[in-house]
Design a protein around this ligand. Structure first.
Ligand code: NAP
Ligand code: G4F
Length: 345
């Protein structure tokens, strides 16, 4: 395969790190878009041992000039827009910022590609949060969108702009509507990593209790390292289209906690209800989990679960790692980090 020049925004994030590793392993050149205050946040790239192999560019979604400059000067073969303020809950605290960065920032990229590098193949990181309060389950590429957060609304704007630049300006502009994907590199504010990190700390005597929101919320969780393969398949496909990437299965937060607790050597037993619910270790009585309403969100009335049939059929992409295997990967990584005092967030 010809060696490509690939620009990845959000290079310091979970997906940016795994995608960059794959691209470098494939012999491609990776240009990593970095905002000024990302400096010092290279821990994921260091963990994958690729931090030194990336050509960094200053690129902030809030700064149109930095986007134009990066694209005009490099004219990449492919551009993956993975940068975003990606924490759904926090988007209610900064709705205007999220609209600008996640929404308008994508438009700035599309405009710069149209003007300065129209041959660039573009990937937009769309999300299952576009479906929000979904009306049908499972959700596919043709399901009606109904976002329920400033993050979801901003991502919907970016999604529609990408589709419009494809259909109106003829750009090779694609989207991946990705359901939740996790890994040892996941940010610690997201629920899976919050759980694996806390239970590793509790097992090693460095934390008492884990506080969570709605234990019965469900998610369709896959392994991030496999989802970035899907992104590349979308961009290198014959036609520019939108694809759902998902496992097609959901699990509750409660089930994830039970699975990780077992790995940490606990036997969790639930008692109480609602805000008073607790998870206790059957053997010692230690309170492992407590519900904290601060972390509650509106519960989806209809399950968010993806139908990845189109990606399977047209790209040959499938999610392969089961949730227990993913939980084990994450727990082991956090246990090692806590044991060696090398935790990052
Ligand atoms: P992440 O770990 O939160 O990474 C986000 C990246 O965006 C970080 O590198 C961050 O840089 C960068 N960023 C934030 N604001 C920026 C700005 N104003 N300008 C430039 N860069 C900025 O997210 P992820 O899990 O890798 O997800 C990658 C993308 O997929 C995101 O767009 C997310 O919304 C979307 N997505 C994720 C999932 C999922 O389950 N992971 C599912 C669907 C869609 P700093 O290091 O400086 O913070
Ligand atoms: O891990 P979460 O914060 O992920 P969320 O909100 O689904 O968003 C992630 O996936 C999206 C893809 O669908 C991405 F677009 C987005 O960028 C991000 O990567 O929460 C998952 C579930 C929610 O239902 C939440 O209510 O876990 C529930 N939850 C229960 N207790 C909690 C907690 N979530 C967090 N973060 N913290 C809790 O204590």
């Amino acid at each position: 395969m010809t060696k490509k020049k690939v620009l990845v925004t959000g290079i310091t994030g979970q997906d940016g790190a795994y995608l960059a590793k794959n691209l470098l392993d494939g012999g491609h050149t990776v240009l990593g878009g970095l905002r000024r205050n990302s400096e010092g946040k290279h821990h994921r790239l260091k963990e994958l041992r690729i931090a030194e192999r990336i050509n960094y560019l200053e690129l902030d979604l809030m700064d149109q000039e930095s986007i134009i400059r990066s694209i005009k000067e490099t004219r990449p073969d492919e551009l993956y827009n993975l940068a975003a303020q990606s924490f759904v809950h926090a988007s209610w605290n900064c709705p205007a910022y999220v609209s600008q960065a996640d929404g308008l920032g994508t438009l700035y990229i599309l405009e710069a590609i149209r003007t300065h590098s129209p041959e660039t193949r573009f990937y937009q990181a769309s999300t299952s949060e576009l479906f929000g309060n979904a009306q049908v389950s499972p959700q596919s590429e043709t399901t009606q969108f109904n976002p329920r957060s400033p993050y979801g609304v901003a991502k919907l704007y970016a999604h529609w702009m990408t589709k419009n630049y494809r259909e109106f300006h003829g750009l090779f502009a694609t989207t991946g509507i990705l359901f939740n994907h996790e890994s040892p590199l996941r940010g610690s504010q997201f629920v899976t990593r919050k759980i694996t990190l806390a239970l590793a700390r509790i097992a090693l005597g460095q934390q008492q209790t884990l506080e969570l929101g709605n234990l019965d919320a469900q998610r369709d969780w896959g392994y991030a390292a496999e989802y970035v393969d899907g992104m590349t398949s979308i961009v290198r496909n014959g036609t520019a289209e939108d694809y759902v990437l998902a496992t097609g299965k959901t699990h509750t937060i409660r089930a994830f906690v039970e699975c990780v607790s077992k790995m940490a050597g606990f036997e969790i037993e639930w008692s109480g209800q609602g805000e008073a619910e607790e998870g206790l270790d059957r053997r010692t009585g230690q309170k492992l989990v407590r519900v904290n309403p601060e972390f509650f969100r509106e519960t989806e009335k209809i399950q968010l679960v993806g139908n990845p049939a189109k990606a399977r059929r047209e790209l040959g992409w499938t999610s392969r790692t089961s949730l227990p295997d993913l939980a084990e990967l994450m727990f082991k990584a956090d246990y090692d980090r806590v044991s060696t005092n090398s935790v990052y967030f």
